[in-house]
Design a binder for this molecule. Structure first.
Ligand code: 13P
Ligand code: SF4
Length: 296
């Protein structure tokens, strides 16, 4: 039924790498935040069904003012909620010469304050390319610290402790337990993990960067430090190698809210329609396009 509705309505399904396995299997494209934004900017479909969280669907809507972007169910990223306008304005006042780079995991109403948007795939390159020596960065503290360690810039995190609850719960204890079960196996981590995990990782990358690393590595087994949805993609895309979640409880409930039934319903009734007010969308489009044009 989903296929039939897609054909009738000239629709495509975009899904994030953390989606449920059955959603990944039915999607036209599965990717990380950067790939999904790029895909959304190029599609000629009339309807985009976005199986991801609010800020991703908003980004797709901003990039496609003439198209209908649907999200099968309300999915609110808690990290994006941690950024408050007043904190951002306070930091801009305190560091007037600093440029602002915001993680794509932000609401459109905050993206309007950014000089450039970044994702975990290009955060280091984008921050390094800014003209100012000091860069205001938000909302993820772990990504902010990682980016500072990879660039020549002073990074000011806003808020001071923004984080992803799913990645935050992957602990050093999980890592020790997993290493004891799988001795000598490489650790591949997402930069939203805490410093405790990142300092012990063999590779740090966006979700699709993690897949690329595992594909190209000469190793055959990997401990994966991110949301468990990535394990399905890894097993599908990199057959013959073994992948173990570093923590089985690293589940993002928001990403898992979309089910096949909800996707079908979204196509049937063309809801939930993601709308960004025109004035906000026009302003937020500028730093998003700047990121996409940089091709980092
Ligand atoms: P990426 O897929 O861009 O690595 O991002 C992970 C994430 O947390 C999305 O919410
Ligand atoms: Fe937000 Fe974390 Fe879920 Fe990504 S994994 S959508 S950052 S809560």
């Amino acid at each position: 039924m989903i296929e039939k509705l897609k054909d009738e309505k000239n629709a495509i399904i975009l899904a994030h790498n953390y989606s449920r396995p059955e959603i990944q299997d039915v999607a036209d494209f599965v990717g990380d935040s950067l790939e999904l934004a790029e895909k959304a900017s190029k599609t000629d479909a009339d309807i985009i069904v976005f199986c991801g969280v609010d800020f991703m669907a908003e980004t797709a809507a901003i990039l496609n003012p003439g198209k209908k972007v649907l999200i099968p169910d309300i999915a609110i990223c808690p990290m994006a909620q941690m950024l408050k306008t007043e904190d951002l304005l306070k930091a801009k006042k305190r560091y007037p010469d600093a440029e602002v780079v915001l993680y794509i995991n932000t609401l459109a109403e905050h993206k309007v304050y950014a000089d450039c948007i970044c994702t975990s795939a290009n955060a280091g390159d984008i921050v390094e390319s800014m003209n100012s020596d000091t860069v205001i960065f938000g909302p993820d503290i772990n990504l902010a610290r990682y980016v500072e360690s990879q660039t020549s810039k002073r990074v000011i995190p806003v808020p001071e402790y923004g984080l992803c609850p799913t990645h935050h719960q992957i602990t050093a204890e999980d890592l020790s337990d997993a290493k004891a079960r799988h001795p000598g196996v490489e650790i591949v981590a997402h930069p939203e993990c805490t410093e405790n995990i990142l300092k012990r990782a063999n590779a740090i990358a966006s979700t699709s960067g993690m897949i690329k690393y595992c594909k190209e590595s000469e190793e055959n087994e990997f401990l994966i430090a991110t949301e468990i949805g990535l394990i399905h993609r890894l097993r599908k895309d990199v057959p013959g190698k073994k992948f173990y979640p570093l923590s089985k409880s690293a589940v993002c409930p928001q990403m898992k809210t979309h089910t096949l039934r909800k996707v079908e319903r979204a196509l049937e009734v063309e809801r939930i329609h993601v709308k960004v007010p025109k004035d906000i969308a026009e302003k937020a489009m500028i730093p998003i396009q700047r990121m996409l044009s940089m091709r980092c």
